[in-house]
Design a protein around this ligand. Sequence first.
Ligand SMILES: Cc1cc2nc3c(=O)[nH]c(=O)nc-3n(C[C@H](O)[C@H](O)[C@H](O)COP(=O)(O)OP(=O)(O)OC[C@H]3O[C@@H](n4cnc5c(N)ncnc54)[C@H](O)[C@@H]3O)c2cc1C
Ligand code: SF4
Ligand code: SF4
Length: 333
Amino acid sequence: MASVLVIGGGLAGCTAALELAQNDRNVIIVEKSVTIGGKVRSYGCKATDRCNRCGLCLVGDLWDQVERHENIEILTGAQVVDIMGTKGRFTVIVKTHGYVDTISNLDHIVVSTGFDEFATLSSGSLEFEESKYIITGSELERLLSNRGKYHLFPNPPASVGFIQCFGSRDIQEKAAYCSRICCGYSIRAAKVFREYYPDIKITFFYMDFQEVEGQDCFDDLIRDNFEFIRCRPVSIKAGRPNLILYEDPEDHSLVEESMDLLVLSEGIYPSRDFENLAEVCRLGLNENGFLKYIENPRQSGIYLAGCVAGPRRIEEVYAQSLQVAREICGGIL
Ligand SMILES: Cc1cc2nc3c(=O)[nH]c(=O)nc-3n(C[C@H](O)[C@H](O)[C@H](O)COP(=O)(O)OP(=O)(O)OC[C@H]3O[C@@H](n4cnc5c(N)ncnc54)[C@H](O)[C@@H]3O)c2cc1C
Ligand code: SF4
Ligand code: SF4
C-alpha cells in the first residue's frame, strides 16, 4: 500500500489525509501541536436567525474520522527536520517530543502547515496598549464558539468597532495582499452581535471590502445601520471606551471616535518557520512569503494544501485539499 506523509494536521492536512486513507493509502500526519484541527477547531458558528454560510459546517466530524481511521497514524508534538530521497522513496527525519525517528519508504508528501495569525507576530503599524476591550479576530472566533443562548458578554458593550485589514494590505508589514477572509468573518460576527443586542452601535473602520457570500453586501449593511468609515486608524487609546484616532478621508483632519469594544480583524500571515520549512521541503517562497506553488507536483511527489500557499477560505481549503488527495490517488508512482 502506498504511503503518504502529511505535514500539518489542520483542515487541509486532515481533509487530504482522510481522502487518501479512504482510498487505501497509509497516511502519517506529523502535527506540531498537541492535537489535530488547526485554527478552525476553535472557530464558532456565525448563524443568526439563519445560517450565514461561514463554511464551518463543512468540517463536520472530520477530526473524529481522522483520529479513528485505521490507515491514519497521527504523531502530535512532532516536526519534520529533514527530507531525503525522491518521489516513491522519501525518507523523513521527524522529531517528536525531543526523540528523533526516521520514516522511510514514503511515496508522497503533502505540506499543509497553514499560516500564522497576524496578531501573534506583531501589533502592526497601529499603536495601542493591550486591553480586554480590544480583541483579535481569533479571540472573536473563540467568543462565538463559546456563546450562550442569551448572552455573548457578561457586560455587553454599547458600541463595537471593527478595524479591518489589520496586518493586511500593509506594505510596512510586508503584507500588501488582501487576506480574503476577514471581511467575511467580521461581517458575520457583527450580524451575530446585532442579533444578541439590537441597539448596539457597530462601526467598521475599513480600507477596502471583499465580497461576502459571493455578493457585495455593502448597501444591505448600511441599510441595516452598520456604519462604515473609510480610513486607516492612526492610533488607539485602550480603555472603556477605547479612543480611535483616524484621518478624515475628506478633509484629512484628525478625528477621534470612541468604541467600547474593538475587534482587530486580523488576516492570514506567512508562518515564522516558512523559510526553514521551504528549505527542508526543497521549495521556494512566493512574493508574499507563502510557500510557492509547485509546477509539477506529480513529478516531485511534494504537494501543497491549504493556507500554506496563501490566504484561502474554509470552502476553498476543503476543495483544494480533496483535489490534492485525488491527484495523488490518480497519479502513477
Ligand atoms: C481570525 C480568523 C477567522 C477565520 N474565519 C473564517 C471563517 O469564518 N470562514 C472561512 O471560510 N475561513 C475563515 N478563516 C480562514 C481559515 O482559518 C483557514 O481557511 C483554515 O484555517 C486553513 O486551514 P489550514 O489547514 O490550511 O491551516 P491551519 O488551520 O493553520 O492548520 C495548520 C496545521 O499545521 C500545524 N503546523 C504548523 N506548522 C507545522 C510544522 N512545522 N510541522 C507540523 N505541523 C505544523 C498547525 O499546528 C495546524 O494544526 C479565518 C481565519 C482567521 C485568521
Ligand atoms: S457554522 Fe457557519 S455554515 Fe454552519 S450553520 Fe453556522 S453559520 Fe452556517
Ligand atoms: S478581506 Fe477585507 S479586511 Fe481582510 S484584508 Fe481583505 S479587504 Fe481587508
